[in-house]
Design a binder for this molecule. Sequence first.
Ligand code: NZQ
Ligand code: ZN
Length: 385
Amino acid sequence: MLNFDFYNPTQILFGQGQIAAIAKHIPASARVLLVYGGGSIKQNGVYDEVVAALAGFTVTEFAGIEPNPSYETLMRAIAQVKAEKIDFLLAVGGGSVIDGTKFIAAGALLDTDPWTILEKRGSNISAALPFGAVLTLPATGSEMNSGGVVTRKSTQEKYSFMSRKCFPKFAVLDPSKTYSLPTRQVGNGVVDAFAHVMEQYMTYPVGAKVQDRFAEGLLLTLIEEGPQALANPDDYDVRANIMWTATLALNGLIGAGVPQDWATHMIGHELTALHNLDHAQTLAIVLPSMLRVRKDAKRAKLLQFAERVWNLSGGDEDTRIEAAITRTEEFFEQMGVKTRLGDYGLGARDVDGVLAALEAHRMVKLGEQRDVTLEVSRKVLEMSL
Ligand code: NZQ
Ligand code: ZN
């Protein structure tokens, strides 16, 4: 097992009715900014519950954080935070709203252009306003991690950042608030969480037995419960299992002490920045080909994945590996997330543009062995046509 330094201070308030508990976790004198997205929270009752829970606080709002939150929108929120002397943020929504709130929290306290947070991947964050989160879409893990992803629309750049100052103080996970999700977002969430586990598990063995078993447990739960969420959308236990799984998939626990990949995510971010695909759609396209192209470097873990997750133990190694990748692909399709570039209207003509973006953003040595060069990325994209 590799050395590690695991830190996670986020308090989790899990279960139905927990929105009412947020008042206890916000300083009584706080000037709160309620941050949300395009308005789904006004249709499903979450907004009303949050407003009721904040009775007695000084509250203003910033609405309109878009999926794949933009620097341009978030800069308007930072201006509002400064003008209104806000000292606590409450993110209510999915990963985009929570990521956006992290950027606002850190950007508001920075004396240079907050875009530098993305350029420096968060290393220049020395302080951030405190914030909480009410999660409405299980997917990213942002509710219990310190990372965020922000897009600069004008230049089509999508970068991530990370800082220990950017953990939510608390996160409410009420599974009943996910009943209103469109099926596309249910599928996206399950695929994103699956990919997060794979980025941390599907590398090479380092004898990290408990991380491996946790990771396999999360994958098995997604495989079992994901289709159930599509078939029985109002099943509380199904929603609860998916919600907690997505959080655990990227809260640092399974990634501690193991090598990590993230090449699929980096290529995926370019596809979203250039072609506006949903985050999970990009992962469903890239991940299966990434595994096929890098089969030799990942052989031991692919065989373990085949046996423990997909129950494949017959046939020679290559047959088992290919069967496990095919099953993964079929699972993404079963969740309603298509796995080919062509399914989204993209083709061979678009590959060069993605590679140029990877090069411009210095994404030329990706993966756990830093061996995912532009040539490897080209192979992956061409295999995903
Ligand atoms: O904007 P609203 O009206 O809230 O609608 C949203 C949005 O249209 C809707 N939605 C959310 N909860 C709902 C709901 N609709 C009905 N009922 C509900 N309960 O869903 C749509 C998508 O929301 P979004 O927040 O964009 O989705 P997601 O949670 O998948 O977040 C994606 C973003 O997170 C980043 C991605 O790159 C992308 O920008 N990621 C963040 C990570 C992190 N912080 O650790 C890691 C991930 O790998 C990922 O990169
Ligand atoms: Zn992701």
